[in-house]
Design a protein around this ligand. Structure first.
Ligand SMILES: C[S@@+](CC[C@H](N)C(=O)[O-])C[C@H]1O[C@@H](n2cnc3c(N)ncnc32)[C@H](O)[C@@H]1O
Length: 271
């Protein structure tokens, strides 16, 4: 938990080091992580970015209107991904069930964020205050309301997602918010091997959405069996990426990747 000094200075100290609390242009907050030297969101607007990149990018509403949906978020951060998703869905009230699984390396950050980023209790979705901590099969928080579930896996997603998949806690994922820090700052969550694991835990009609449009991560996705699509980026970003396991990649993306000398990022490239 943050101490009083931290709160006074607009900083918070988690397991991974200090975070600076910043206000973004839509009035919502984000954190700048000292350990990764990067902010969790675009300064153009944390909530607006989440709605555009993930809720819209992963077609959450369209999917949930048709069927129950399991959504996997890579990087819980401030909890803005979950909070924005359920606040949006609560206005529309699709009747199918949402299972939202997030992953976070910094356990103290989860404690902090779930206290700071409150969710209205009258939403039909679980709020952070009702979460219980479980140790098995991997450490995770869990909350359930009206058959909707929230699960936050604690630890390195490279291990926790695999363990949770092997024990059936994560399966049939239909939407992926690929939101760790950038490939330059956090390469381990952008490799071919990582995207292979994401494919393994997903259903055939999964949609992955991310703010990054780097040629290297697009090559990683393709090498891991994903089809890659261009999307207009949010804020100052020109392009973003959407990926699926079915269909054909955008011709334009394939041409661009063919011209690019960069290679796919693999685990063996990471020091
Ligand atoms: C860009 S922020 C996520 C923002 C979040 N989606 C939100 O809306 O508030 C990235 C998060 O990923 C977490 N992270 C980084 N590496 C990780 C790993 N290997 N496993 C799990 N979480 C990780 C960081 O601690 C950080 O909180």
């Amino acid at each position: 938990m943050s101490d009083k000094n931290d709160q006074h200075k607009n900083t918070f100290t988690g397991d991974l080091g200090k975070y600076q609390i910043l206000e973004t242009e839509d009035g919502s907050k984000t954190l700048h992580s000292e350990a990764f030297n990067e902010a969790c969101h675009s300064l153009s607007g944390a909530v607006e970015e989440t709605l555009y990149n993930y809720v819209e990018g992963c077609e959450i509403l369209e999917k949930l209107i048709k069927n129950d949906l399991t959504c996997l978020e890579v990087g819980f951060g401030l909890g803005t991904g979950y909070k924005t998703t359920v606040e949006y869905l609560a206005q529309i009230k699709p009747t199918n069930k949402l299972t939202f699984i997030s992953t976070e390396l910094d356990a103290k950050l989860v404690e902090y964020a779930t206290i700071e980023n409150k969710i209205e209790k009258d939403l039909p979705y679980p709020d952070f205050s009702s979460m219980e901590l479980r140790r098995e099969p991997v450490e995770h928080y869990i909350a359930e309301k009206e058959s909707h579930k929230l699960i936050i896996l604690i630890g390195d997603a490279r291990q926790t997602v695999l363990k949770a998949y092997e024990s059936n806690l994560v399966a049939g994922v239909g939407a992926i918010y690929q939101d760790p820090f950038s490939p330059k700052k956090n390469p381990a969550l952008w490799t071919v091997e990582w995207f292979e694991l994401l494919a393994k835990v997903s259903s055939e009609d999964v949609t992955l959405s991310t703010y990054s449009s780097s040629n290297s991560i697009r090559k990683s996705l393709i090498q891991a069996g994903w089809k890659v699509f261009n999307r207009i980026g949010f804020g100052t970003k020109r392009t973003a990426t959407k990926a699926r396991l079915i269909g054909e990649s955008d011709e334009e993306v394939l041409l661009q990747l063919g011209r690019s000398p960069v290679k796919a990022l693999e685990d063996s490239d990471i020091k």
